[in-house]
Design a protein around this ligand. Structure first.
Ligand SMILES: [Zn+2]
Length: 475
């Protein structure tokens, strides 16, 4: 089987053939850094981390670009409410995202451009669009003229005459057509702005991805990824901007399903309980990653604590075999790259078929079963074969318990102890906080306060929130 992807633009599964043989360019719409990430934000990151790993495992040289949207309405609102500069809000949240991506084992992108660092490129693109009669300045804003691009709506399967007005302008009266979208927004008092030939202002969201993907991957590149919620208007608008300007733009469009809670898209109204930092006090990062990758990337993943628990149990089944086998076999050495066919055919074909991780995980669990049987029969050769195969598969999925990322070591006999310790600390703090709650319940406030002070003394800062106490280590 050759590598194939479901392409949103054609609504078909297409065989993958890169523009340049042996090389693949990938652009992923990254975070809008308006708040710290919840686990919904990580789904897209881990799904496409697996895409990148699989492309590399398949022998491609990959250039992976993931942007950061560091100027937009919510960042400006948060900054205003805190009385700080927007850059401070963006910087703080970008650090939180970077930490979370790293925590769940997403390899960093090759290029991570920020919108505010690419204003000149956006001005060039707007000039090209205005000169080609695809955009026009109006009242300090610059708009894209959707009627000038006959393919508008093709990605999301909509007809222009049935589309609603674009709700991205405070100055909608300036538009020629209510469906036109803003490339650039005029400066408002107190907001950051950049000078352009059409007046001072700031970028609309869509423009940055066209400008940055072209800059780093070229006018035509291979794969564009993002969450399904970005298909319209964001990706529709990216295509219109780039193609109207004469660029080839993305050749394949991959979209991941969202993480939902009771049918609702995850939103900030859920409070803090699903913040990555909070979930990682309950489960280990590798377990969270397993939970996020186990479903097919295109399917919706409904969040529940039970589903998270099941994922934890499934990951631990794999981990138990790997650690036991490594102990019995007496060597935790990396199998190395000298055995290129360590991946079972069933795993390869699953991954080649639009990254079918559920089928790939079936191969993983079959291998764990075989390995456990070999161990039970004291069949060291069989156990070793299973371990080598298993670790190769887990490496593609970013889930090898012996990988330095998870074990906190290069794979010595104590592998896994770093994460284990973290889990124990999390459980101990929770136990202590339960004691404090019990003290409060019996109105023994002196003890409750003493527990809080004691925790703070050892560097654990507790904050009471409507969702219950949260804690973090003092930095
Ligand atoms: Zn984008």
């Amino acid at each position: 089987m050759t590598l194939q992807f479901h392409d949103t633009a054609t609504r078909t599964v297409r065989e993958f053939a890169p523009l340049t043989p042996g090389e693949v360019s990938v652009y992923l719409c990254g975070a809008t850094v308006q708040a710290p990430p919840h686990i919904g934000h990580l789904r897209s990151a881990v799904c496409f981390d697996i895409l990148i790993r699989w492309l590399r495992a398949s022998g491609y040289r990959v250039t992976f670009c993931r942007n950061v949207t560091d100027v937009e309405d919510k960042i400006l609102r948060t900054a205003a409410s805190e009385g700080v500069a927007p850059w401070i809000v963006a910087e703080r949240n970008q650090r939180a995202f970077t930490w979370a991506y790293d925590a769940v084992g997403c390899r960093p992108p090759d290029i991570e451009p920020r919108a505010t660092g690419h204003i000149p490129e956006m001005i060039v693109l707007m000039r090209r669009l205005i000169e080609g009669d695809h955009a026009y300045p109006a009242g300090g804003d610059v708009y894209f003229d959707v009627c000038s691009y006959p393919e508008y709506g093709a990605l999301s399967g909509q007809r222009l005459d049935q589309m609603r007005p674009a709700e991205d302008s405070d100055n909608a009266g300036a538009k020629r057509d209510p469906r036109d979208f803003a490339l650039w927004k005029a400066a408002k008092p107190g907001e950051p702005y950049w000078e352009t030939p059409w007046g001072p202002g700031r970028p609309g969201w869509h423009l940055e991805c066209s400008a940055m993907s072209t800059k780093y991957l070229g006018p035509t590149f291979d794969i564009h990824c993002g969450g399904m919620d970005l298909i319209f208007p964001h990706h529709e608008n990216e295509i219109a901007q780039s193609k109207a300007a004469g660029d080839g733009f993305a050749r394949y469009w991959l979209h991941n399903g969202l993480l939902g809670l009771a049918g609702e898209k995850m939103s900030k109204s859920l409070g803090n309980s699903l913040l990555v930092t909070d979930v990682l006090t309950r489960v280990r990062p590798a377990e969270l990653r397993y939970y996020l990758v186990q479903a097919h990337y295109r399917s919706m993943l409904e969040f529940s604590e039970e589903a998270l628990d099941e994922a934890v149990a499934a990951y631990q089944r794999i981990e138990r075999f790997v650690l036991r086998a490594a102990e019995v076999l007496g060597s935790l050495d990396d199998p190395g790259d000298d055995e290129p066919d360590r991946l079972p055919t069933s795993f390869r074909s699953a991954m080649d078929e639009d990254l079918a991780v559920p089928a790939a995980l079936a191969a993983v669990h079959a291998c764990v079963r075989d390995g456990n049987q070999a161990l039970a029969a004291s069949d060291k050769t069989g156990a070793r074969a299973s371990l080598v195969q298993l670790r190769a598969m887990l490496d593609v999925l970013g889930l090898d318990p012996l990988a330095p990322h998870w074990s906190g070591s290069s794979g010595g006999p104590g592998a896994g102890s770093g994460e284990r310790l973290r889990q124990v600390v999390g459980s101990l703090v929770k136990l202590t906080l339960d004691q404090r709650d019990a003290a409060r319940a019996r109105r023994d406030y002196a003890t409750a306060d003493a527990i809080r002070d004691g925790l703070e003394e050892i560097g654990v800062v507790v904050e009471d929130t409507p969702q219950g106490p949260r804690w973090e280590l003092k930095r």
